[in-house]
Design a protein around this ligand. Structure first.
Ligand SMILES: [Zn+2]
Length: 142
């Protein structure tokens, strides 16, 4: 009788031990996942906080004065490409009574004004005289 009971008792103990180890591994795994997702969210918030800083700089400048992309690029040490990436977001973030104002590009040869142009970058050539000598558009927030 004892001979039969004893191994079964041992088996239960082993089973319990296995279960504890299993739970430990499981909780370690969960801990790892938690750390991983925490790091991920920290990373994301770092990216999120970096982006508005650049946009905030653009916003601050355009609230104080009128700038072309070229001038903003020099002022803010940002490439035109980078500015063109942020500028539409800055433009969309402006709410009445404030306005994002575009001083339109113009042809320096015939005087054509690109007043209906919605694209923010400077046009390549004049649709009227085909001249490529174009005055850059400038932007400000009023
Ligand atoms: Zn022209």
């Amino acid at each position: 009788m004892e001979g039969i009971v004893k191994p079964s008792g041992n088996r239960t103990k082993e089973g319990l031990l296995g279960e504890i180890i299993g739970l430990r591994l499981l909780s370690l795994h969960f801990f790892g996942v938690m750390i991983h997702s925490a790091l991920l969210s920290i990373g994301k918030s770092v990216i999120i906080t970096i982006m508005p800083t650049q946009r905030q700089k653009i916003l601050d400048h355009l609230s104080k004065g009128t700038y072309t992309l070229q001038e903003l690029s020099v002022e803010l040490h940002m490439s035109i490409k980078e500015l063109l990436l942020h500028l539409p977001h800055v433009q969309k973030s402006i709410r009445p009574p404030n306005r994002f104002v575009i001083d339109p590009a113009g042809c320096l040869n015939c005087g054509y004004v690109f007043k209906d142009r919605t694209k923010l970058h400077s046009p390549g050539k004049c649709p009227r005289c085909r001249e490529t000598h174009i005055k850059e558009p400038a932007y400000h927030i009023e």
